[in-house]
Design a protein around this ligand. Structure first.
Ligand code: FA5
Length: 345
C-alpha cells in the first residue's frame, strides 16, 4: 500500500517536471504517451490497483481517479498554452510580412536574332509550298564547287575565299549552293526547296563582312521555269520579309558558274525614298545572287535539261537581319554580348 502511495507521489513529480519542460507539440506528445498513454505510467498505476484488497481499493480507487483527472487536465492546459504560444509566434512573424512586396524578375533567355530571321524565312517559303532542306557545313569540294560547274583550277573558285580543312577535299561550305547541288542530286523534279544555313569565307572582317554568316538558298526545278518566275518569287519573299511593304527590285547582270543567265538582285530601300544611311544614300540595297540553273549543273545531277529548267537564288540572311534590326556591325551577331542580345527578347 505504501509502495503504491510512493508510486503515486513519484508519478506526480515526474509528470509535473516533464510537462513543464515540454515546450512544443512533439515534446507534449512524448509526455502524453509516457504518462497518459495505454502503456503509460498511469495505466501501470491503475493495473496495480487490481492487486489490492477490497478495502485498499476503496481508499486508492478514488485517489487514482483523481490523479488521472488531474493529470489529464494539467496536460490539456499545457497543451493549450503551447499551442497559443506557437500561434502567437506565427502571428508575430506575419506582422512583418509585406503582401505588397514584389520579387525582382529573374533574367529570361531569348531566341537569337538570326533564329528569328531563319524562322521567318522558313514560314514564308513553307507558305509557298517549299520544303526546308539541311546539309553539312563541312562539305566536300565536289558539292561546293565541281557539281556547281566550278572544276578544279577554274578561276571562278577565287570568287569564294575558302577555309580548307587538313583532310584533302574537305572544306567549310562557302555558300549554301553546296546544298542546292545535293538537293538536285537527291530529288526528282518537280521540286522546290530552300536551304537556310551558316556559310564560311576566309575573308578579312569589317562592319558588313564576316568570316561566318547565314545565307538562304532557294531552288525550283520544273518544266518551263523562267526568269519571270524567279523575279516574282524573290519579290514576294523580300516584300514579306519587310512586313508586306511594296518594294521595287533592280536586276543587274552578273556571273555565277552555276546559273545562266545570272543576276544580282537589289531592293529599293525599305527605310527611305530619298536615300538614307542604311542604303548609303543610293536608295538601293544589295540582297543576293540568282539565275536560271545552268544546264550543265542539271546534267551533272542527272536531270534532263531539255525537259526541265529551274531557278536558284542565294540571299545573305545576315545582311537582311542587319537591315531589319538596324544592326550597324555584322560582328555583333556572334559576339555573345548579353546587352546586345537582350534587345531581341
Ligand atoms: C553566292 O554565295 C551564291 N552562292 C549565290 C547564288 C545562289 C547565286 C544561287 C546564284 C544562284 P555571293 O558570294 O554573292 O553569292 O553571296 C551571296 C550573298 O551573301 C551576298 O549578296 C551577301 O548578302 C552575302 N555575303 C557574301 N559574303 C558575305 C560576308 N563575308 N559577310 C556577310 N554576308 C556576305
Amino acid at each position: 500500500m505504501n509502495s503504491l502511495q510512493a508510486a503515486i507521489n513519484e508519478f506526480k513529480n515526474a509528470f509535473s517536471q516533464a510537462l513543464s519542460a515540454a515546450k512544443d507539440s512533439s515534446a507534449l506528445e512524448t509526455v502524453r504517451i509516457n504518462f497518459l498513454g495505454r502503456k503509460g505510467k498511469i495505466t501501470e498505476l491503475m493495473d496495480a490497483l487490481k492487486t489490492l484488497s477490497i478495502e485498499e481499493k476503496r481508499t486508492f480507487g478514488p485517489i487514482l481517479n483523481e490523479l488521472k483527472q488531474w493529470a489529464e487536465k494539467s496536460f490539456s492546459s499545457q497543451h493549450d498554452a503551447v499551442t497559443n504560444q506557437a500561434q502567437n509566434a506565427e502571428l508575430e512573424k506575419q506582422k512583418n510580412f509585406d503582401v505588397t512586396a514584389t520579387i525582382g524578375s529573374s533574367p529570361a533567355g531569348s531566341l537569337h536574332p538570326m533564329t528569328h530571321i531563319k524562322e521567318r524565312v522558313e514560314n514564308i517559303f513553307i507558305s509557298m509550298g517549299y520544303q526546308i532542306v539541311d546539309g553539312p557545313e563541312v562539305d566536300n569540294e565536289y558539292f561546293n564547287f565541281e557539281a556547281l560547274n566550278i572544276p578544279e583550277n577554274h578561276p571562278a573558285r577565287d570568287m569564294w575565299d575558302t577555309f580548307w580543312l587538313d583532310v584533302p577535299g574537305l572544306l567549310l561550305r562557302t555558300h549554301t549552293s553546296s546544298v542546292q547541288a545535293r538537293a538536285l542530286a537527291n530529288n526528282k523534279p518537280p521540286f522546290a526547296a530552300i536551304v537556310p544555313g551558316r556559310t564560311y569565307r576566309h575573308e578579312a572582317t569589317d562592319a558588313t563582312h564576316d568570316f561566318q554568316f547565314m545565307q538562304v538558298e532557294g531552288v525550283v526545278i520544273d518544266r518551263g521555269i523562267s526568269m519571270s518566275n524567279l523575279i516574282a518569287t524573290c519579290k514576294a519573299f523580300l516584300q514579306e520579309m519587310f512586313g508586306g511593304k511594296e518594294l521595287s527590285l533592280r536586276i543587274r547582270p552578273s556571273y555565277f558558274p552555276f546559273t545562266e543567265p545570272s543576276i544580282e538582285i537589289d531592293i529599293s530601300c525599305p527605310f527611305c525614298t530619298d536615300g538614307c544611311s542604311v542604303c548609303k544614300y543610293s536608295k538601293w540595297i544589295e540582297s543576293g545572287g540568282a539565275g536560271l540553273v545552268h544546264p550543265r549543273v542539271l546534267k551533272t545531277a542527272g536531270i534532263d535539261s531539255d525537259e526541265y529548267s529551274g531557278f536558284a537564288f542565294g540571299f545573305g540572311l545576315t545582311r537582311l537581319a542587319m537591315l531589319m534590326y538596324g544592326i550597324n556591325d555584322i560582328r555583333l551577331l556572334h559576339s555573345g554580348k548579353i546587352e546586345f542580345l537582350e534587345q531581341f527578347s
